[in-house]
Write a protein that binds this ligand. Sequence first.
Ligand SMILES: [Zn+2]
Ligand SMILES: [Zn+2]
Length: 272
Amino acid sequence: MNKIQYCYHSHTYRCGHAIGEDEDYIKKAIEFGLKNYGVSDHVILPNIIQEGMRGPCTLLNNYLDSIKKLKEKYQKQINIYTGFECEYMPQYVEYYHSLLKEKKVDYLILGQHCYFKDNQVVWYHHLDRTTCLTQYTNHLIKGMSTGLFLYVAHPDLFMGFTDKWDDLTKECAQKIIDAAVKYDIPLEINLAHARVYGMREFAGVFTYYQYPFTPFWDMVAKSKAKVVIGFDAHRPIDVLYPGVEVVDYIVKATGVKPIYDLSIKDKKNKIL
Ligand SMILES: [Zn+2]
Ligand SMILES: [Zn+2]
């Protein structure tokens, strides 16, 4: 069995739905035996208050300082990186660019959960099914095309917006996978949902994890897309018990070949 050597997807209490001290996550990462650990809390956006989803901008410096201190304190045991998990939104592309350019963060990952229109949040699942799936797919692909992101977090998150694997969902999956190949950006097998909720029914016919969604990864396995693994930790204990069995299940079920050892020391993103 391959041992996972990295995790670039983890959160902090600042987002409002994760818990624990920053240092406790690092201690668990060392205990797990990771070589590389990246903190990628839900991105803090200027002038946006979204309680329970992301920290307010007043916490930005506190976030950056805290990780910087831990980076230094544990540098002999583990490589620590500062990041954010970001939604693609055209109005924030410049901001994301500046976070990287000013070296406030080492990397960004693309995780599409919602978007802002006129400073109001829009959740995909509040839209009608076709609009929701189409918008999610289009936004994700636009995000991939920016070159700002290290990888795509939970690309198959859209299976949470539906209970059917039909022509529309298959088309969304294929477009996302084709874009991953075109823009050479890895897709993440995300462990958070499976770890917490296990499997669920789709159209009452078959049972899969909502994500990683087996038929999606079947399609990935047939493509040239790169695959990474993300713990998506929201508690320190998630770093020690991330749900490795979920990765093994998806690998066995689909033949997909994830990268088990990923260093971002030299190549953090395409724009730098
Ligand atoms: Zn979260
Ligand atoms: Zn996410």
